[in-house]
Design a protein around this ligand. Structure first.
Ligand SMILES: Nc1ncnc2c1ncn2[C@@H]1O[C@H](COP(=O)(O)OP(=O)(O)OP(=O)(O)O)[C@@H](O)[C@H]1O
Length: 234
């Protein structure tokens, strides 16, 4: 249904509508998401807390256009994405969505700054501008002095802060994070998460963060879980 012309502009940046995602098995398919509905507004932070194997990563992959739903659709800023070509989905993902994973997945042969410059230059930015933004982001994450180091020369917390900076390098409107602090000790997890939260709040990103950490979940605007393949608030 079209919004009324006098309504304020829709603030929903991500919406899943009756999304079903299943994996083929020998006997019957393994259904992970079943007619799942979910919506997230600009600037909203949402924690996704569910037991291991419940489908958190699957939900993030479908929401992030890395996997296609068998049924239902994903809407990015109102645009239905299910029927789009792989190339178009990749373009939308690159411009609109940042991903952070449990492991940093930084390119080992490049410095921290270069890792953050890479997605910007793929998006067409010139090297000096990409470098300036990388340096700003490193400063913001309080690791400005580590920009010339390669990932192997950084601590786990520093590596993850570089990964977060890289995820937002192209100024996406949505951040999807899969256990972003799951590989860190509790103290490091705490300060990495603080940096992530500050960045999200400051930039007005909508963030969906899968986590087993209830302290982190409690700091989000909203908490959701997966129940029988559906997304429910708790
Ligand atoms: N490609 C695949 N083929 C078959 N089954 C899969 C595939 N990917 C995931 N699964 C299954 O789907 C279920 C949900 O997996 P998913 O990784 O989404 O869970 P999760 O909640 O993120 O778990 P964790 O907290 O352990 O990371 C699991 O039972 C998993 O084994």
């Amino acid at each position: 249904m079209r919004p009324h012309p006098l309504e304020p502009a829709a603030r929903t940046v991500l919406r899943l509508e009756k999304v079903t995602r299943q994996y083929a098995q020998a006997d019957q398919p393994l259904v992970i998401l079943k007619e799942a509905d979910f919506a997230m507004n600009a600037g909203e932070t949402v924690a996704l807390v569910a037991p291991s194997g419940a489908g958190k990563s699957t939900l993030l992959h479908v929401a992030g256009l890395l996997e296609r739903a068998e049924e239902g659709d994903v809407f990015l800023r109102g645009e239905p994405c299910g029927g789009l070509s792989d190339a178009r989905r990749t373009a939308m993902r690159r411009s609109d969505i940042g991903f952070v994973y449990q492991f940093h997945h930084l390119l080992p042969e490049f410095t921290a700054a270069e890792n953050i410059m890479m997605p910007q230059m793929i998006a067409g930015l010139k090297q000096p501008q990409a470098q300036e933004r990388a340096e700003q982001l490193l400063d913001y994450m309080r690791i400005g002095h580590r920009g010339h180091h390669r990932p192997a020369e950084l601590s786990g917390g520093e590596q993850q802060r570089v990964a977060i900076a890289r995820a937002v390098a192209n100024a996406p409107s949505i951040l999807l994070a899969d256990e972003p602090t799951g590989n860190l000790d509790p103290e490091t997890a705490g300060y990495v998460f603080e940096a992530l939260e500050a960045l999200v709040r400051q930039s007005g990103l909508a963030a969906l963060i899968a986590t087993h950490n209830h302290e982190i979940a409690n700091r989000m605007d909203r908490r959701v879980t997966l129940q029988d393949g559906r997304v429910v608030d708790y």
